[in-house]
Design a binder for this molecule. Structure first.
Ligand code: AMP
Length: 445
């Protein structure tokens, strides 16, 4: 199947070509026809499946005809980063259509947003809070709205946006098309869907992608040895960009500092940063200036960075859905990726839930030469942690020197975003089942 079967206008097809999409992804195949037919649609799909284009392309097709300078499509997203990504996709896919979009989110000045709105836009991509500010001030009007999209609805509700969403709904015409995308369908999303959609068609991308393109591995470790193990893993594994997840903002900041001190180009993305700092982190990570970004779940929501080769869960996530969201940051758009999770004995329950969701036991690995017996003294600082890693307490070596004989030649190579040889696979713990088994190529384009 190709994009030509959707009968898009040449201006829309030009955008698809410009982005180099050859064939629609499963969610696009299923969602685009009912959206083009004007139906309300519930799309069950996580980021990474191509869901943005699944709603953007039909919106472009619809809006390219009809009046300009009025807000005719509104996309509500839970985070600024996701809003920016959707806006960028609209710009890329819609270049030839000359439709204009604006992002509205907090943490930045409102005046430039008002100027863009005054200049005339057809598409608004907004986070709920700032959109309500604009509605309150009368700087945006939604009475001509034709299409409403609620993206990552499950995240939006998780983040407590339900009252805001309900308030926004009072400003949009009842006669409209509504599209709701969500990675999962918990009860409250179902309730919201029943409230706001009319006879919706439900389409689902399926849960195949995380297993097919992402290799999962668990690294059991004592809580006090997580940082040394992470450093050793990073030193031994040839990676592209690496996204590390922690449970708290404070931990994300501190871990990024520890990685920097160890010589890794690292940054953090967490809620305590100003919008400018967040942008600098994101841009630095995207451009490769920072190879590693340490983030909290909220900060990393919706992040779309093509070359993330590894997601490392420094802390096990709180929910299974958060696990699938996190690992969805790698293996994007048919690339392959690895998801490593450091697990302590206390994490057993969550690990079992994740395995149930993924439908099998995940591979347990032990890192060769790592001193799993090392005791952590109270208030252990980073240099101490490094000294403990693999060396007992004898001497500290920089991470790049910590490789075993097997790994050494690889560890001494500069890390490259392009190639990740398979030597880090040689660490399967005795009895650990392998989940890979699809003979995928390790080369990353
Ligand atoms: P999304 O799920 O919308 O965040 O998309 C994930 C990534 O897939 C983005 O980088 C898109 O540019 C890319 N993508 C979307 N649709 C396609 C397609 N049909 N072919 C190849 N890549 C795509």
């Amino acid at each position: 199947m190709s994009f030509t079967s959707f009968d898009f206008h040449a201006d829309v097809v030009a955008g698809v070509r410009a982005l180099g999409y050859h064939a629609p992804t499963p969610i696009q195949k299923q969602a685009i026809p009912p959206v083009l037919a004007g139906r309300d649609v519930i799309g069950l799909a996580q980021t990474g499946t191509g869901k943005t284009a699944a709603f953007v392309l039909p919106i472009l097709q619809r809006l390219r005809q009809g009046p300009r300078g009025r807000v005719r499509a509104l996309i509500i997203a839970p985070t600024r980063e996701l809003a920016e990504q959707i806006h960028t996709t609209i710009g890329d896919l819609g270049r030839q259509t000359r439709l204009r979009s604006v992002t509205l989110y907090g943490g930045v000045g409102i005046t430039p947003q008002i100027s863009r709105l005054r200049a005339g836009v057809e598409i608004v991509v907004a986070c709920p809070g700032r959109l309500l500010d604009h509605l309150g001030q009368g700087t945006v009007r939604l009475n001509n709205l034709e299409v409403l999209v609620l993206d990552e609805a499950d995240r939006m509700l998780d983040m407590g946006f339900l009252p805001d969403v309900r308030r926004i709904l009072k400003h949009v015409p009842a006669q409209r098309q509504t599209l709701l995308f969500s990675a999962t369908m918990p009860d409250d999303v179902g309730r919201l869907a029943r409230e706001v959609l009319r006879e919706p068609v439900t389409v689902q991308a399926g849960h195949t992608r995380p297993l097919e393109t992402i290799a999962h591995a668990l690294y059991p470790v004592g809580a006090h040895l997580k940082t040394p193990l992470l450093l050793a893993l990073l030193a031994r594994t040839s990676t592209g960009s690496v996204l590390v997840f922690t449970r708290t903002k404070h931990r994300a900041k501190r871990l990024a500092q520890q990685l920097q001190r160890a010589g890794f180009p690292a940054t953090s993305l967490q809620g305590n940063l100003s919008q400018n700092q967040r942008q600098a982190s994101m841009e630095g990570f995207r451009s490769g200036k920072f190879q590693i970004m340490v983030a909290t779940d909220i900060a990393a929501r919706g992040l779309d960075i093509a070359l993330i080769s590894h997601v490392i869960n420094y802390d096990v996530p709180d929910t299974v859905d958060a696990y699938t969201h996190r690992i969805g940051r790698t293996g994007r758009a048919a690339r392959t990726g690895d998801a490593f999770t450091l697990v302590t004995p206390e994490d057993g329950e969550m690990v079992r839930s994740i395995e149930r969701r993924l439908g099998g036991r995940l591979e347990r690995r032990a890192l060769d030469g790592f001193d799993y017996q090392a005791q952590a003294p109270e208030g252990m600082d980073f240099s101490r942690a490094r000294a403990l890693n693999g060396q007992g307490q004898r001497r500290a070596r920089p991470p790049a020197e910590q490789a075993t004989a097997n790994d050494r030649s690889r560890a001494s190579r500069p890390t490259s975003p392009k190639v990740a040889p398979a030597a880090d696979r040689a660490q399967t713990a005795p009895g650990g089942a392998r989940r890979r088994g699809r003979g995928r190529s390790r080369a990353r384009a």
